[in-house]
Design a protein around this ligand. Sequence first.
Ligand code: 8IG
Length: 270
Amino acid sequence: MTMTDRMARDAASMIGNDSGVAAHDVAIVMGSGWSRAAEALGHMRCEFRPTELPGFVAPAVAGHAGRIRSISFGDTDVLAFLGRTHLYENHGVGAVVHSVRVAAAAGCRAIVLTNGCGSLNPDWPPGTPVLIRDHINLTGTSPLVGADFVDLTDLYSAELRELCRNELGGVPEGVYAQLPGPHYETPAEITMLRRMGADLVGMSTALEAIAARAAGMSVVGISLVTNAAAGMGTGALDHQEVIDAGQSAAGRLGEFLTSIVPCVATSGRS
Ligand code: 8IG
């Protein structure tokens, strides 16, 4: 067992001890704009700061709350990560996927990865939630090392996407491109990404999805469009716009999560 695996196992056992939950069902990672939606999810059993658990690094970005919560939601035991570690923080790809590995060690069979992102589709303005159908990993790296040839053909489970679409009604699906950041794109890069087949662009999620699949979890990805991608909108991109879009969508995103978490949990149990 590697040191990172050991830290994930130790963090998971601390969560298990404090929550009294032997095995959680579903993990949710709350990205930019999503943290307030966690409040809709139900009764909080216990909460940790990242620095209280092995292997987590303290969050650096305004709008990324940085808490780990065990939540009881109906029959479902949810492990919610409010905020994430990004590749651009330079703690390495292991730190980026630590939450995912803790979720797997805590028993989660499925994970919902959320993010805020830029939109390359003029039909999807800020405030639009989009299911991730597939991704393009442009980080140049992988959370896996060695001869770990994980199949990613159906990474964002078609079955779970169908369940979510039925539950949510009319939510669009798109391809998410993960770039390393922390800078946003140039308009020329957005043109390139559109030609590659990307609909959404951001700085997270793809590496976590790969780690989740490698750990045997089902994966659901949901993006909240917080801005038009560079050159697609009217002006410059700024972080406040991202925070504002999340805050005004928080209520809807909360309903969104409460309606899909039971579906995701049920499918994870079978
Ligand atoms: I929120 O437009 C958010 N994150 N790369 N580009 C990239 N990341 C983002 C963007 C965006 N918006």
